[in-house]
Design a protein around this ligand. Structure first.
Ligand code: ASP
Length: 301
């Protein structure tokens, strides 16, 4: 976890002081096979702030649509001398496959239901920025846990940094084994009131309809009735509790507009922190590559 703390501290340094263009001359490829607004733009802004050049390739505008295999696409693009590849893919493990087959640094920007490491780091940073610590914090993660890479990466990171996590969602979207896999700092509950009781932060997740083949819940109205975060429910949390959401959020389903826009909501700040975290990650990985002439890899959280 020293690595995670080093990234959080570097993000704080970037927040306090505008960085010099320390990645000048480096080239970053943004390879996005799944739609993304925040993550892709955030990596792009972060790279440019550090002076790096970016090349963006999305599934809708490339040979990916013509059925070219992932590795063929990557080999072709790597021939254009990129130092780093940021990849988002619907298949869990895709960044690892790429990392095993290229010399460039590979950064996972979200792979299927598996992981989204920079999202967890920015969430951890947001909590640290507000509370000055992570040790002993009680965090509720509410919603579609089953399909969420955000939940998995946060479970790994937050528990290792000393927080406790309560997972909450309908039984179909929260298998008990999932909570058990992350050790004694994690527990599952199916009652939102129980999950929210005196927590320091609530992380609300989107229903990942694109990953659901069957009916995991009756309908959105029913889901909102049971698990939607409303002002009344938020009152069960600690008075200073933060409301977080990785986005994109569906107002009126998992979170009410009133809560999303309330003073307790740090959803927009998460986006701002995302740029700082991605700057810190790029600096660490591409800066290191420059210094040591060796590839670094962050395909895993
Ligand atoms: N933006 C996050 C992700 O890519 C969360 C979401 O899509 O619901 O996993």
């Amino acid at each position: 976890m020293d690595e995670a703390w080093a990234i959080l501290r570097q993000a704080r340094r970037f927040q306090q002081q505008a960085p010099e263009r320390r990645l000048s001359g480096r080239r970053l490829l943004l390879l996005f096979y799944e739609p993304s607004t925040r993550t892709r733009t955030s990596f792009e802004v972060a790279a440019r702030r550090l002076g790096a050049e970016t090349v963006s390739v999305t599934a809708q505008s490339s040979s990916i649509e013509k059925g070219e295999s992932l590795l063929d696409t990557v080999y072709t693009l790597q021939a254009m001398a990129v130092d780093g590849i940021v990849i988002r893919h619907a298949a869990s493990g895709a960044p690892h496959l790429v990392a095993r087959n290229v010399h460039s640094t590979v950064i996972n920007a979200g792979d299927g239901m598996h992981e989204h490491p920079t999202q967890a780091l920015l969430d951890g940073y947001t909590l640290w920025r507000h509370f000055g610590r992570l040790e002993g914090l009680e965090i509720a993660i509410v919603g579609d846990i089953l399909h969420s890479r955000v939940a998995r990466s946060n479970l790994l990171l937050l528990t290792q940094l000393g927080a406790r996590v309560r997972l909450c969602g309908p039984r179909t979207l929260l298998p008990p084994a999932l909570a058990e896999a992350y050790g004694p700092r994690v527990r599952a509950t199916y009652r939102l009131e129980d999950a929210l009781d005196a927590v320091d932060a609530v992380m609300v997740l989107r229903l990942q309809m694109e990953r659901m083949q069957a009916g995991f819940f009756p309908n959105e109205a029913e889901y909102a009735r049971e698990y939607g975060l409303t002002p009344e429910r938020l009152r069960l949390a600690s008075p200073q509790a933060l409301v977080m959401h990785p986005g994109p959020m569906i107002r009126g389903v998992e979170i009410s507009a009133e809560v999303a826009d309330s003073p307790q909501s740090v959803i927009r700040e998460q986006v701002e922190n995302g740029v700082l975290i991605r700057m810190a990650v790029l600096d660490r990985l591409l800066g290191q590559t420059a210094a040591q002439g060796a590839p670094a890899m962050m395909a895993k959280g």
